[in-house]
Design a protein. Structure first.
Length: 231
């Protein structure tokens, strides 16, 4: 299957393209400048040790047209115009929005769209004929590129369409991660905020590419909630 990565010439796009190729699909990297996308698609396979036949580079519109699934990896400041550009070419497709609201000029600030989150903005712009799932918001590009290492992150996803989230979950599994559905598109207001939280943790504690994993209570806990305690 061909998967487009619109705005795929940045770090996160390169990481997503790597994981698409790792999953056995073909990554069609899109850019405003097709030559830039072609250059990256020529260099990236050797850098990450994957088959060059699994990478292509082209313009954003051509990528969106070619992809059966379309990932969007642009800065929040370019989100609206990029979605409006690809809208005619993604009807009936699964769009996985990776965009986080982090201000590209100040990583410690979020620029929240008027719809609430990037996922909600994407769904509002693309309309009901497009299945939008928000995902990969809080996994670092470095983790995505290091496809042979065990993941330090789970993938928190959100979206209004259950079937779309099932499809995204299967694809994310192929890409080497476990997906957790966190709710409808408005859950983007929570999971997209985590990107900035992780950046802050990186700055404040010098943590190397911190990630978020869903964990459960260890077995064998003896002291458990008991209503009788409060009666
Ligand atoms: N980097 C990470 O570790 C990370 C982690 C989690 C989430 N994210 C999110 O993932 C998204 C991409 O991150 P990134 O680090 O890859 O960003 P980036 O390098 O700043 O941007 C990605 C690509 O977007 C395109 N772009 C930039 N400005 C544009 C504009 N005004 N109009 C249209 N396209 C534009 C550029 O491609 P062309 O110039 O080739 O068109 C650029 O290579 C962001 O929303 C970020 O918050 C990133």
């Amino acid at each position: 299957m061909k998967c487009a990565v619109v705005g795929g010439t940045g770090w996160q796009g390169a990481g997503i393209a790597t994981r698409i190729a790792k999953a056995g699909h073909t990554a069609v990297i899109g850019s405003r400048d097709p030559d830039r996308a072609r250059r990256l698609s020529a260099k990236l396979p050797a850098h990450v040790g994957l088959d060059p036949a699994r990478f292509e580079g082209t313009g954003n519109v051509e990528a969106a047209r070619a992809g059966a699934v379309v990932f969007v990896t642009v800065p929040i400041t370019a989100h609206r115009e990029t979605l409006e550009l690809i809208r005619p070419h993604v009807e009936g497709k699964l769009v996985i929005d990776v965009t986080a609201p982090v201000n590209p000029k100040n990583h410690l600030e979020n620029l929240w769209p008027k719809e609430g989150s990037a996922t909600e903005e994407a769904q509002a712009i693309l309309g009901d004929d497009v299945e939008v799932v928000g995902a990969f918001k809080s996994v670092s590009a470095t983790m995505l590129l290091n496809h042979t290492m065990p993941p330090n992150s789970d993938i928190l996803i959100c979206g209004d369409d259950l079937q779309a989230k099932h499809r995204a979950t299967l694809l994310i599994r192929e890409m080497g991660f476990t997906a957790y559905d966190t709710g409808k598109a408005d859950a983007g207001r929570t999971i997209e905020g985590l990107t900035q939280t992780l950046i802050f943790l990186n700055y404040a504690y010098h943590l190397n590419q911190p990630g978020i994993k869903v964990v459960e209570l260890a077995h064998g806990m003896k002291i458990l909630p008991d209503e009788k305690l409060f009666q």
